[in-house]
Design a protein around this ligand. Structure first.
Ligand SMILES: [Zn+2]
Length: 211
């Protein structure tokens, strides 16, 4: 297998977390640093349970409830540990679907003050809706020896992008978080305007109609 990264751009150690023991592999690529948390194995090669998670400081670190990122991160790690093996690829430089942290917070202002959704708040600032690049995720998985994955995601675009970069997606594993009052509009916009598969939202609509 060809190495996808130069030696000086990769380092790895064991990482014991509250959830369990992982192999933490750090990568430098294109001006950003990413990390893969590998649990179980070796070798993880085919049909590997994988989450490719885009950094969201507000959700992942601070537990913000305006998106479901933090909950998805925790649920993905729990699922990997529960199954006994899998990989979480944590991609940095992807705040706000790639627009950056300052711009993301600007979109929050428009969402809160003008009621714009996650899509219109970006476009009204002249920003793209989604410029995330999954090339580093595919390279990281290839570097780790992975050929095919069961991808924990609700985003069909992510599957297409990984496959375009040589990682076969043999199954999509839904990662559905129950909505709350703070993120229901955001989740509906992701479903209706960005094509994410979020069937758990239908349950809320039913409850509201009957409630
Ligand atoms: Zn988020």
């Amino acid at each position: 297998m060809h190495s996808m990264f130069a030696d000086e751009d990769v380092a790895e150690s064991e990482l014991v977390t509250r959830r369990g023991k992982f192999r933490a592999v750090a990568f430098a690529h294109g001006g950003h640093e990413h990390m893969a948390l590998v649990h179980g194995g070796p070798p993880l090669r085919d049909d590997v349970l994988v989450r490719v998670h885009s950094e969201c400081m507000t959700g992942d670190i601070f537990g913000a409830m305006r998106c479901e990122c933090g909950e998805q991160l925790g649920a993905a790690l729990d699922t990997i540990v529960g199954e006994g093996s899998g990989i979480l690829v944590y991609l940095r430089g992807q705040e706000g679907r790639g627009i950056g942290l300052v711009a993301k917070v600007r979109t929050h202002v428009l969402q809160d003050e003008q009621g714009l959704d996650t899509v219109d708040s970006a476009t009204s600032l002249g920003l793209p809706v989604d410029v995330r690049d999954y090339t580093p995720a595919a390279r990281i998985l290839t570097h780790l020896g992975v050929r095919s994955v069961r991808l924990m995601s609700n985003n069909p675009d992510k599957i297409a992008s990984l496959e375009a970069h040589g990682i076969e997606v043999t199954a999509r594993v839904p990662l559905l978080m129950p909505p709350n009052d703070n993120n229901i509009a955001y989740l509906r916009a992701k479903r209706d305007r960005l094509g994410h598969d979020l069937p758990q939202l239908d349950q809320v609509a039913v409850r509201e109609r009957h409630g």
